[in-house]
Write a protein that binds this ligand. Structure first.
Ligand SMILES: NC(=O)c1ccc[n+]([C@@H]2O[C@H](COP(=O)([O-])OP(=O)(O)OC[C@H]3O[C@@H](n4cnc5c(N)ncnc54)[C@H](OP(=O)(O)O)[C@@H]3O)[C@@H](O)[C@H]2O)c1
Length: 328
């Protein structure tokens, strides 16, 4: 039986991985903050560990008290921050601090998995494809902060790390795509730019299995793009949601200039509230002409992994879950 520590365990992706690790019969420890909302973590076999990433001494003490884990998955990170330095603190600096402690012989795991993002590689033009070995060119502070964490890992010797770079993740408990689904449910589909955008996606349950596959089969020092391998456009996303909800919609394509104004307003309101909304000005760099189709041909073979869902089957489960929880 493996002993696994998962940080960011209460979040959308972390809590799904917790479920999958428990299903394997592993001893599962959820790394959370004292302030974290634990409502996604209901399994009675879950052990909890408070991790103070903002305090190096406390973090060291907490990890030493918990003892060595076979596997450590570092998912904690911010996707929406008010300032550039907030991304670098949570995504780069905390990862460095965490890894420095785990690097020591006594705590070093068999495998450390860093959940990065496709944003660390950055988009390509139109119908081009993102290849794993491409020179990274992030277009957001978020992507740059994930890349900086990857680069720190790359400089380490004798630390058994792997990284996954997921594309857009969707599934039960996700609150980002939920807004789009709610609008479709009300009969509206809004798209950004004149043409559909090329996107890559992965259903959260497949991502959880891919993370476990990366722990078991990932090659140390390797970074793997995580998608379901299919080429989608934003129109496919709309169709999947519309068909699953069985709704007729009014479809509107908003010019980038108009969306820029909406993003500015949304960001300003977010700053007043002290919380960056999912849709902000920086996000615009990742949409419009930016393409996210990716090459994962080698990845699945190396990780002995095959996705079980596509956008349409994943969306059916997601919408059913939202309905059951009365989120829509
Ligand atoms: N969702 C996607 O489409 C996607 C795609 C690619 C990569 N990722 C990566 O996946 C990870 C999880 O994303 P998610 O979608 O599951 O987000 P989420 O639901 O917001 O979960 C984020 C998790 O990270 C923790 N966290 C956030 N800021 C932190 C900080 N400053 N210090 C310590 N812990 C912090 C949160 O703890 P609290 O609840 O206490 O705040 C929570 O457990 C992130 O690293 C993200 O970059 C996500």
């Amino acid at each position: 039986m493996k002993r696994i520590l998962i940080t960011g365990a209460n979040g959308f992706i972390g809590s799904t991985l917790i479920d999958h690790a428990l299903a394997r019969g592993w001893e599962v420890t959820a790394g959370v903050r004292p302030s974290s909302d634990r409502s996604n973590l209901t399994g009675d076999k879950i052990q909890f560990l408070h991790l103070h990433f903002d305090n190096e001494t406390a973090l060291q003490r907490e990890l030493e008290q918990a003892g060595r884990f076979d596997y450590v998955v570092h998912i904690a990170g911010t996707t929406k921050a008010l300032k550039r330095e907030d991304y670098f603190r949570a995504n780069t600096e905390y990862t460095r601090r965490f890894v420095d402690i785990l690097h020591g012989e006594r705590l070093r795991p068999e495998k450390f998995l860093f959940l990065s993002s496709l944003a660390a590689l950055g988009p390509v033009n139109g119908n081009e494809r993102i290849h794993p070995g491409r020179k990274p060119a992030p277009v957001t502070a978020y992507g740059a902060s994930k890349l900086a964490a990857e680069q720190y890992l790359e400089r380490l010797s004798e630390f058994p790390w792997v990284a996954l770079q997921p594309a857009g993740v969707f599934g039960p408990r996700d609150k980002d795509i939920l807004e789009f689904i709610r609008l479709v449910n009300k009969g509206f589909e809004f798209y950004i730019g004149a043409r559909p955008q090329n996107v890559s996606l992965i259903y959260v349950k497949d991502l959880a299995e891919m993370m476990l596959a990366a722990l078991e089969h990932g090659v140390t020092g390797r970074k793997y793009i995580a998608t379901d391998s299919r080429d989608y456009t934003t129109d496919d996303l709309g169709q999947a949601v519309r068909e699953t909800l069985n709704r007729r919609t009014l479809r509107l394509r908003l010019p980038l200039s108009v969306v820029g104004v909406i993003a500015s307003i949304s960001e300003t309101l977010g700053r007043w509230r002290g919380r960056m909304p999912a849709f902000n000005r920086e996000k615009l760099n990742e949409i419009g002409e930016a393409g996210w189709w990716s090459d994962v041909s080698q990845t699945f073979e190396e990780l002995h992994f095959t996705p079980r869902y596509d956008l349409f089957s994943g969306m059916q489960e997601t919408v059913a879950w939202y309905r059951e929880k009365k989120w829509i």
